[in-house]
Design a protein around this ligand. Sequence first.
Ligand code: GRF
Length: 346
Amino acid sequence: MKKIAILASGFGSNAENLHNFFAAGSRVKVELVIYDRKDAPVAERMRALGVDTLYLPAETWTERPDEIVDLLRGRGIDLVVLAGFLRMVPRAITEAFAGRIINIHPSLLPAYGGRGMYGRRIHEAVIAAGETETGVTVHYVTDDLDSGQILLQERLEVKSGESAEELEKRVHELEYSMLPRAVMTALAAMTPPPAPDVPPGQQWAERLGVSYDPSKLPPEYPGSTAQPDPAPQPAGVPPYGAPPQPGSPYGPQMQWAAGSPRPTNVPEGEKMPPSYLAWAIVMTVLCCLPAGVVAIIFASQVSSKFYSGDLEGARRSSRNAEIWIIVSFVLGVMFNTLYVPLSVLF
Ligand code: GRF
């Protein structure tokens, strides 16, 4: 969880928008709002949202800025966001939080920046100058007013005849969309560069603040510690043509190389039961086709069961083949002796 402190002096609509944007998630939190004007509406607005607020009068900023640094560090602040803060940030803070303070300014900096350029004055000046476009800039804060490196800048057309108030409203809308994005960019940029041998998946996980478990990555990914999947065939399967292994799920037929002596699980001296395959075919052709087909199926099972060592199964198939051959014969005789003469008569 990254923590933000907002410094504000006025209304606080950006502070509120930022809080609402990040409150929906759990990665960034508006930890604290510090304001420097006792009656600044931002204080009440943020307290109503349950955000901690702290009033620091002018002398704290000018005389004891180190205390503010300690305070920010003590609260674990990662990023300081100026949103309508009308005071120069003391050097003690810009140094302690170098690269970790950003400001939002309602113009296309460097235009309409610097001393005296704040609030509606900027929009009045833009309109008075006949500008056709204005915009919003989010920049890093340094000791030079409105001059730090630009983080994000977006443009907005100035409509003809638009009042400063109307323009300010539209600029504010643009600010609400930009500031959360700028905060995320600044937080991502602050993440220290990863060591060169850190795999890309881990780099992204660290940037996004999600957990990284290299054992859950597919084995082919860089940095993965997952074990490659075991070979698709069960271990212990002998090479094609090798004699069957004890306990192997593969029958000898699958390992029988053409031309090699047929391996078998059949005990020495055991004879294969008759398959009756020839009879089954004859009965199918001459007598009864459906019963004959059943006989053929059983007949064809005999040798495969026998050579895989299933002697009992081979005997059963042989018996069944025999039975269905008889059935086929009987049905064939009945058909030819009863049905054919009857059909001729009637
Ligand atoms: C915003 O326009 C911001 O760009 C500028 O001050 C104004 C603050 O508005 N720095 P709010 O207090 O956030 O409503």
